[in-house]
Write a protein that binds this ligand. Structure first.
Ligand code: SF4
Ligand code: SF4
Ligand code: SF4
Length: 321
């Protein structure tokens, strides 16, 4: 990196905003970052205009941490712009990495979503069926809006990404590890996912049986007195630990709630839903294939359960490329 302070940017696309708040949550460490680097773009905290970024030289930003998936034409423009202006681009948070919760919208088409939101919700009164326009003329001039894409795309579907910092939001320890790597220049190999290199079950402190033997699956509210010590899967509660990358220190599990997969797929796993179906199949007491299928089909909201955070990367769901 150059002699002068490194330049860092943060950006949010189709994001809930909490990835940006997670940076603020670094507490006093954020002051260290601010002392060691110039933060040139950070919509949640500083008022930089797009034209200021456009005026920068290519590769003028040392690293951009980009959170949120790609949902509209404005996010595509910013992804391409920040890619061009940044030496390194980090896919920050699970929405940028795998689409996150917003990518569950990929289960519906764009037209279905617009119709639901602007026409058929019980609280909507829209007899003229007016839908958002990308351009609208008023006396004062033209008002424009970004165009909604046909789905939610992970960042690396749109531009090349150098590193990934997964999590919803990424855990503090990994944000600091990532930022420190850039500030010191001690970078992992390109393409690395900055988190643990194993599945969450290894990080989980619960007792794991040698062999599971489950008759059926239940939702958390259907189980009275969930045992704090025992593996949740062993209690018939679907926990995505076997398919999820470790790094969060099992933060849901330690509150007696099953993992929903927000750190994204564990190393070697391409599709979390496919992995979980295989895991659940292998731990069922029932071994007749038809009956096993029935038990798995009875799990309510299969897509929402298995792909809550990774629908944008699922090879089984409507994949956008
Ligand atoms: S990854 Fe989670 S915290 Fe970050 S923007 Fe998406 S929903 Fe919000
Ligand atoms: S399945 Fe869930 S509860 Fe069981 S060991 Fe893995 S992470 Fe822990
Ligand atoms: S336990 Fe699972 S859902 Fe909860 S924070 Fe960790 S990875 Fe995310």
């Amino acid at each position: 990196m150059s002699e002068e302070k490194p330049k860092i940017a943060f950006y949010w696309a189709a994001s809930c905003g909490c990835c940006e708040i997670a940076i603020l949550d670094l507490d006093e460490a954020v002051l260290d970052v601010a002392a060691k680097a110039d933060i040139v773009f950070w919509p949640v905290a500083i008022d930089t205009k797009y034209k200021d970024i456009e005026a920068m030289p290519d590769n003028g930003i040392d690293v951009t941490f980009f959170n949120g998936g790609i949902r509209n034409s404005e996010a595509v423009h910013l992804a391409k712009l920040l890619r061009k202006k940044s030496k390194f681009l980090v896919s920050f948070g699970t929405c940028a990495h795998c689409g996150g919760v917003p990518a569950l919208a990929n289960l519906k088409t764009k037209d279905q979503i617009l119709e639901r939101v602007y026409k058929t919700t019980p609280s909507t009164v829209n007899p003229e069926e007016i839908y958002p326009q990308t351009s609208f003329k008023v006396d004062e001039g033209e008002i424009t809006l970004p165009e909604l894409l046909d789905g939610v795309y992970p960042l690396d579907n749109v531009v090349p990404v150098d590193y990934y910092l997964p999590g919803c939001p990424p855990p503090k320890k990994w944000i600091l590890a990532g930022v420190t790597a850039f500030l010191t220049g001690e970078l992992p190999p390109k393409g690395s996912i900055i988190a643990e290199e194993f599945a969450l079950c290894k990080e989980c402190p619960r007792e794991k049986p040698e062999k599971h033997s489950i008759k059926e699956f239940k939702r958390t509210w259907e189980v009275m007195n969930i045992d704090f010590e025992k593996c949740l899967l062993d209690q018939g509660i679907i926990c995505l630990g076997p398919a999820t990358r470790a790094g969060c220190e099992a933060r849901c599990i330690t509150t007696n709630y099953p993992c929903r997969g927000c750190m994204g797929p564990a190393p070697g796993i391409i599709d979390m839903g496919a992995k979980m179906v295989s895991v659940l199949g292998s731990i069922l007491e029932e071994k007749d294939e038809t009956k096993m299928e029935q038990i798995i089909d009875e799990i309510p909201d299969l897509a929402g359960t298995f792909y809550e955070f990774t629908a944008g990367k699922s090879v089984f769901l409507r994949r956008k490329n």
